[in-house]
Design a protein around this ligand. Sequence first.
Ligand SMILES: Cc1cc2nc3c(=O)[nH]c(=O)nc-3n(C[C@H](O)[C@H](O)[C@H](O)COP(=O)(O)O)c2cc1C
Length: 208
Amino acid sequence: MAKVLFINSNDRPADQAVSVQMHQAFLQSYREANPQDEITELHLFDAELPYYGNTMITGLFKLRQNMEPTEDERKLAEIANFYFDQFMAAEKIVFAFPLWNSTVPAPLVTYISYLAQAGKMFRYTPEGPVGMAADKKVMLLCARGGDYSSEQMAAMEMAMNFVKSAIHLWGIHTPETVVIEGHNQYPDRAKEIVAEGLKETAAAGSRF
Ligand SMILES: Cc1cc2nc3c(=O)[nH]c(=O)nc-3n(C[C@H](O)[C@H](O)[C@H](O)COP(=O)(O)O)c2cc1C
């Protein structure tokens, strides 16, 4: 029985949001294929995710150093550590996220900041940082309305590239990915692009 964490980073209605449809299609086929697994769904827009800033950073630092944090620092550090521990307890993790304004929605940036703890998620060595979550199996599901497949457009893509490079630091170097893209750029083919992409997403869910 595997522990699986599904992270949904979009609060738009499913009938409008392709990345939410990906989350749902993957979850359904995964569940059917793995009825015994323990699945946790984390909806980032429904979670209390205060900004990652000085109070939280200082609280996390003090807890790591066995120093006494202030009440506010402790409260914020405990929120970050709750999500950190939840992530570390999962064997498989599925991120579903949209590309909005060239990047990911803000709650996902905040969430990733909570997880990226030096000394816990990665450590510095003379040879460079070493990730401590290398044992995790990770799936990245991303929808983006433009077509980012050309070299010029790929350089401007800061959703999949952002998440991939964040988890690379954590030791997760070969995540699986499914991308649905171009449905806004090519409206005449939008239905086919999305239908084909959701089929691929569901198939990936059965195999994961
Ligand atoms: C607020 C917002 C901003 C968006 N910005 C971009 C963008 O910068 N580039 C792009 O190609 N598509 C953009 N899109 C289109 C989305 O990438 C597209 O709808 C895709 O399916 C992912 O978002 P969704 O899951 O909310 O549908 C944007 C959509 C929304 C709702």
